[in-house]
Design a protein around this ligand. Structure first.
Ligand code: ATP
Ligand code: MG
Length: 671
């Protein structure tokens, strides 16, 4: 995270615990030299490397004739595994169901603890086939887009796979989006079929999913079928259009899968919308599946009998690749978790880990920041011994949080995989390898196979060769699971990713690499602040706030930093901080004031990083604006601070719009 060269060199290196790699012969990378040799081959000879991997890890109806077709100078999206044919559902379900039908595929951990159930691979095959036939009976064909508006219930996985089984394309929309946001995604995808649920249940609260769908469909005249999962049994059906999911039970237990071409679209998925209007990324079948299979296996050290718990939603890419496709292709068990980390209490994750003997746990920093504030005592009551790898994804993870995760959850036994990737990449781009690569807190480690990360000077567009260095993070070569286009808008795809720095895929993120080539992602390019010639990442300043203490107690739960124009310094730093509960109590009791706290917070950064980094202003707020996938939306804060409150931009992806007025008045009142 630091952009300063000296600081980069000072980041401590922690050996990855050797026991986080299973002691079996499942072809995992076992030492650093092997990793380096495999990585080298993967970028120098992708045809050989990925050709072999694709034949080993995937099952094919027809072998491919060519591994990679790419444009000169990477100006177009690539095609992989040309003329091969396969089916995603067969890869995820059939082969395991036929070999070992009683193996557990899904552990459903329902909203209320104790109300879930498990599904074996044999049962999963039957359910996928039955729903596939129901969809066929409603006219769904190869190439049609089916919108899935479901929370984390097993039917979400079954729906994705049933759609893929018949060669249709799924488009999952996070079941928390408003009718308007859902409508836009249905129309953009020209989807005629929607799968939803009567009501969702989350943290004991009812989500009126079907009502939201009904509202959205008022302006989607082409939708002819709505399949409704019955979760609570409440709410009616619209005759002719709606059909109960349970009707699938009338179909026979097996139906053949439709083999599709390697490049046939498997799904569309919209990005989180942290920086603007979400983009509908289109992923291919073979390349995506290979990326999911290979990363899930190597990054998490998956081995038969493992139980992977990815606490991300199927509405986001993490849920697709690591709650559904990655674990299932590898034939392990995936935990599908319907609730939140704090329901019924804040130990819910640890209850799940011990109860199901989870081996891989994968979550976003936003949840870790939340759980860390509950302290150590209760978590110490849990064994957590089954865990081998702990993943983090979605935002940079601050050192304080990393240490907490490593020691309090992992007990020093687990590798922390800080995984850097994007909806567009389909699978992990940079990470630690369990038991193999050393870890540096704040770094997402080394590139995954086939990924050649480079730093580019944003002004000159030239690659920066020296190390340590910082710059724009770009990928210098095509990889199998990269998205092939923005649905319906290939020119926008080229303009966004391939044209900014010709010859490279542009990630939109800024990063540093140290002398050992560890990658430190600083955040969006916009999130690099330049104060009097010092380049600072907002993530670095945010990490510093977390270290702040008052009377030996942590002060700040989380924060967001933005750069604003400043006549004197070029840019100045403004921060928004959320205080720990005990400090809020003290303020309520009149023992501290908000302005004291804001002054204290400025001191924290001044002492930790230096006076030049001291924020010009710190606003104490109740909450930060976040996307529905839990990321801080700094662009909104930037607009509020610069007084452009009428230009907040696309807000449909904001999960907590109710806080905006408070943020605006906090900023205005302090002016
Ligand atoms: P949009 O593209 O619509 O603005 P988004 O970029 O937040 O939304 P995602 O594809 O969900 O949508 O997120 C990818 C981004 O998340 C990356 O570009 C990066 O900024 C951030 N990110 C993901 N993982 C990490 C990580 N391990 N460390 C730092 N940043 C990360
Ligand atoms: Mg993005």
């Amino acid at each position: 995270m630091p952009l300063d060269n000296q600081k980069l060199l000072d980041v401590r290196s922690v050996d990855a615990p050797a026991n986080s790699l299973p002691a079996d012969g499942h072809g995992h990378v076992r030492d650093l030299e092997t990793y380096k040799a495999m990585w080298k081959e993967s970028v120098e000879n992708p045809d050989k490397f990925f050709g072999e991997q694709a034949r080993n890890l995937l099952v094919w109806n027809r072998d491919f004739d060519q591994v990679l077709h790419k444009s000169a100078n990477f100006v177009d999206s690539p095609a992989w595994f040309l003329n091969g044919q396969l089916n995603a559902a067969v890869n995820c379900v059939d082969r395991h169901a036929l070999a070992d039908p009683n193996r557990i595929a899904i552990i459903y951990e329902a909203d209320e603890p104790g109300e879930g159930y498990t599904l074996t691979y044999g049962e999963l095959l039957k359910k996928v086939c039955q729903l596939a036939q129901l969809l066929i009976s409603r006219g769904v064909k190869k190439g049609d887009v089916v919108t899935i508006y479901l929370p984390m219930v097993p039917e979400a996985v079954i729906s994705m796979l049933a759609v893929a089984r018949i060669g249709a394309i799924h488009s999952c929309v996070f079941a928390g989006f408003s009718p308007g946001a859902l409508r836009d995604r249905i129309l953009d995808a020209d989807s005629r079929v929607v799968i939803t649920i009567d009501q969702g249940l989350r943290a004991g609260k009812v989500i009126e999913a079907k009502k939201i769908v009904d509202d959205a469909l008022e302006s989607c005249p082409d939708v002819q079928t709505v399949v409704v999962v019955e979760r609570t049994g409440k709410g009616g059906l619209i005759p002719g259009r709606d059909i109960k999911y349970g009707e699938a039970g009338k179909f026979k237990p097996y139906c053949p899968a439709v083999p599709v071409d390697s490049e046939h679209p498997l799904f569309l998925l919209y990005t989180s919308g942290s920086t603007g209007k979400p983009k509908g990324m289109q992923h291919s079948t073979a390349g995506y599946l290979l990326g999911a299979a290979l990363t899930a296996k190597h990054v998490f050290g998956l081995t038969p009998g493992d139980i992977m718990f990815t606490a991300g939603d199927v509405g986001w890419i993490t849920g697709h690749t690591y709650a559904v496709y990655g674990p299932l292709i590898n034939g392990v068990t995936t935990v599908i978790f319907e609730s939140t980390p704090v329901y019924p209490t804040h130990t819910r994750y640890w209850d799940i880990v011990d109860k199901h003997q989870v081996t891989q746990f994968y979550v976003a920093p936003t949840a870790l920041r939340l759980l860390r504030k509950y302290g150590h005592e209760e978590i110490e009551k849990y064994s957590l011994k089954s865990l081998r790898t702990l993943g983090s994804v979605g935002e940079p993870i601050a050192e304080e949080v990393w240490e907490w995760y490593f020691h309090n959850v992992g007990r020093g036994r687990c590798t922390i995989c800080d995984t850097y990737w994007l909806t567009e990449s389909g699978s992990i781009l940079g990470t630690s390898f369990p038991g193999v690569t050393p870890m540096k807190p704040g770094s997402c480690g080394y590139p995954f196979f086939g990924i050649k990360p480079v730093l580019i000077n944003p002004t000159t567009g030239v690659e920066v060769d020296e190390r340590p260095a910082e710059g724009v993070l770009a990928i210098a070569n095509p990889w199998p699971s990269m998205a092939r286009t923005i649905w319906g808008d290939y020119p926008r795809y080229q303009d966004t990713y391939l044209r900014p720095f010709p010859g490279h895929f542009f990630t939109g993120d800024g990063a540093a690499m140290d002398h050992e080539n560890f990658i430190f992602v600083a955040g969006r390019m916009d999130d690099v602040v330049n104060v009097s010639g010092h380049r600072l990442s907002t993530a670095e300043i945010e990490a510093s706030f977390l270290e702040g203490k008052l009377d030996n107690e942590p002060m700040i739960v989380e924060s967001a930093v933005v750069g604003i124009e400043d006549e004197l310094t070029g840019q100045a730093i403004v921060a928004f901080v959320v205080l720990e509960g005990w400090l809020k109590d003290k303020i309520a009791a009149g023992e501290h004031t908000v302005s004291d706290m804001s002054r204290e917070a400025i001191q924290v950064v001044r002492k930790d990083i230096g006076p030049f980094a001291a924020p010009k202003k710190v606003f104490v707020v109740g909450d930060l604006p976040k996307t529905r996938s839990g990321k801080i939306m700094r662009r909104i804060l930037r607009k509020i601070v610069s007084g452009e409150t009428d230009q907040l931009g696309e807000l449909s992806t904001l999960s907590n719009p109710q806080i905006i007025d408070d943020l605006i008045s906090t900023v205005q009142n302090s002016a």
